[in-house]
Write a protein that binds this ligand. Structure first.
Ligand code: RB5
Length: 147
């Protein structure tokens, strides 16, 4: 079954979103673009909330959020229980975010990294899996510690 991937940005991440989309579209990926649709100024928490709700409502899905730095999107997304958002600037962190942290949202900075690196990071994130094992209990602590 295809992996459902939601992607959203604010105006600061809009250009990178348009560049990234063709790089992640593949037969085994079902990519849904939730906006924003142009470079008109918008508030990134609105798009973080929109995307995170869809990720939580769609078991097994993953999300990609892009703003200027990726920082605002990651702050907003990580306020939502059940969301583990990772701001990544390299592919190693993207792989580890899935393998050890079971991240379900990747955050990128459209004014920080270029499209080729972003494509590499996103493809790595989407193709990596959670290792489980000793990491299970740590992830379970999120719900126990932060209600
Ligand atoms: C928008 O100018 C910018 O502040 C936003 O995209 C993001 O970088 C915030 O973290």
């Amino acid at each position: 079954m295809a992996l459902r991937v939601f992607i959203a940005s604010d105006h600061g991440g809009f250009l990178l979103k348009t560049q990234l989309l063709p790089m992640i579209v593949a037969p085994d990926m079902d990519v849904i673009d939730l906006g924003t649709c142009d470079d008109k100024s918008v508030d990134y928490p609105d798009f973080a909330m929109l995307l995170c709700r869809r990720v939580l409502d769609t078991p097994g899905s993953l999300g990609i959020l892009i703003c200027g730095t990726g920082i605002g999107m990651s702050m907003a997304a990580n306020r939502i229980p059940g969301i583990r958002a990772a701001l990544c600037t390299d592919s190693y962190c993207a792989r580890m975010a899935r393998a050890h942290n079971n991240a379900n949202v990747l955050c990128l900075g459209g004014r920080v990294i270029g499209p080729n690196l972003a494509g590499d990071i996103a493809r790595t994130f989407l193709s990596s899996g959670f290792e489980g094992g000793r990491h299970e209990q740590r992830i379970a602590r999120f719900d126990a510690c932060f209600k």
